[in-house]
Each structure stands twice: as structure tokens, then as C-alpha cells.
Design a protein around this ligand. Structure first.
Ligand code: C2E
Ligand code: C2E
Ligand code: C2E
Length: 89
């Protein structure tokens, strides 16, 4: 096991996401809204997503999972801890 502890979860900051321009974040916002709808989870400030969902989002954004993770950290949507979640990819 890693000395830093278990693999961190990918936790999307929904309030930050809502502040971003649609040109950048529209696809991610639609994806997150779909997950919320499937779960019936509408009241959260954050949304934990699957590792597999980051892979799908990377395809949508035409980036590697690591590149997309950096972008989402820059936007303030993911915590820098999320870097460790994609190291295992
Ligand atoms: P499903 O994938 O067949 O999952 C059925 C139920 O198993 C989920 O119901 C949830 O209670 C549980 N479950 C499955 N995987 C996990 C997991 O990694 N963590 C947790 N905490 N529970 C898990 P739920 O939440 O009502 O979701 C219903 C359906 O909505 C899911 O059926 C899936 O098709 C979709 N869905 C929900 N959240 C996600 C997501 O984050 N990503 C994707 N790709 N689909 C999701
Ligand atoms: P955690 O995973 O560290 O989540 C901390 C808090 O972040 C949660 O407190 C909740 O307020 C928020 N949060 C994280 N992911 C989501 C999300 O996808 N949707 C929403 N609406 N809120 C989210 P909460 O709910 O009191 O849960 C406390 C702890 O209980 C969680 O810590 C986790 O360890 C556990 N837990 C709660 N629900 C689940 C679950 O579906 N699966 C698993 N495995 N653990 C859960
Ligand atoms: P979590 O609930 O703490 O689950 C951590 C990991 O345990 C998941 O990582 C997945 O690898 C595994 N796991 C948990 N429950 C199930 C399950 O029912 N079926 C399977 N096949 N694996 C399961 P993953 O997929 O990266 O998901 C990360 C987090 O995203 C989950 O943490 C949970 O907070 C959220 N999540 C993912 N899928 C769902 C879902 O369908 N419904 C809900 N409510 N939350 C989900």
C-alpha cells in the first residue's frame, strides 16, 4: 500500500463547476448532471465519480486522463490529491 494512504476519490466540486464558462466545462457539467440524475443525488456540493468516468471524460475532451486531471485541478474542480487517483491508470 502507498505510504500516502489509499487511492483518493475523484470528487467534483459542483459549485466551482457551475461558475465555469460553458465552452470549457459544458461537457463535464452535462456528464455530472447525468450521474446526479441516475443516482437521484441532486443536493450535493460535491459529486464522487468513478475512475472509469474520468477515462470516458478524457476521451470526450481528447486528452489523456492525466492531462484532463491537470486541467480540472487548474479549473478548481478537482483537488490536487486527485493526481494520485490517476497514477494507477
Ligand atoms: P449500476 O452500475 O448497476 O449500480 C447499481 C447500484 O450499485 C448503484 O445504484 C449503487 O447503489 C451501487 N453501486 C455501483 N457501483 C458503486 C460504486 O462504485 N460505489 C457506490 N457507492 N455504489 C455503487 P445507484 O447509485 O442508484 O445508480 C444507479 C445506476 O446509475 C447505476 O447502476 C449506473 O448505471 C448509474 N450510475 C450512477 N452513478 C454512476 C457513476 O458515477 N458513473 C456511471 N458510469 N454510472 C453511474
Ligand atoms: P467521503 O466519501 O469522504 O465524503 C464526505 C462528504 O462529501 C459526504 O458526507 C458528502 O457530504 C460529500 N460527498 C462526497 N461524494 C458525494 C456525492 O457523490 N454526492 C453527494 N451528494 N455528496 C457527496 P456524507 O454523505 O455524510 O458521507 C460521509 C462518509 O460516509 C463518506 O466520506 C464515505 O466515507 C461514507 N459514505 C457515504 N456514502 C457512501 C457511499 O455511497 N459509498 C461508500 N463507500 N461510502 C459512503
Ligand atoms: P466508493 O463507494 O467508496 O467505492 C470505491 C470503489 O469501490 C469504487 O471506485 C469501485 O471500484 C468499488 N465499488 C464500490 N461499490 C461497488 C459496486 O457496487 N460494484 C463494483 N463493481 N465496484 C464497487 P469507483 O468506481 O472509482 O467509484 C468511486 C466513487 O464514486 C465511489 O466510492 C462512490 O462514492 C462513487 N460512485 C461510483 N459509482 C457510483 C454509483 O453507481 N452510485 C453512487 N451512489 N455512487 C457511485
Amino acid at each position: 500500500p502507498s505510504p500516502l494512504g489509499p487511492t483518493p476519490k475523484l470528487v467534483i466540486d459542483l459549485e466551482r463547476l457551475a461558475q465555469l464558462p460553458k465552452e470549457k466545462a459544458g461537457a463535464l457539467a452535462r456528464y455530472a448532471a447525468t450521474i446526479q440524475s441516475q443516482r437521484g443525488d441532486y443536493n450535493g456540493k460535491v459529486l464522487s465519480i468513478r475512475q472509469e468516468d474520468l477515462r470516458s471524460l478524457a476521451v470526450i475532451y481528447d486528452k489523456s486522463p492525466a492531462e484532463l486531471t491537470e486541467e480540472l485541478i487548474n479549473w478548481g474542480v478537482l483537488d490536487p490529491e486527485a493526481r494520485r487517483a490517476v497514477e494507477s491508470f
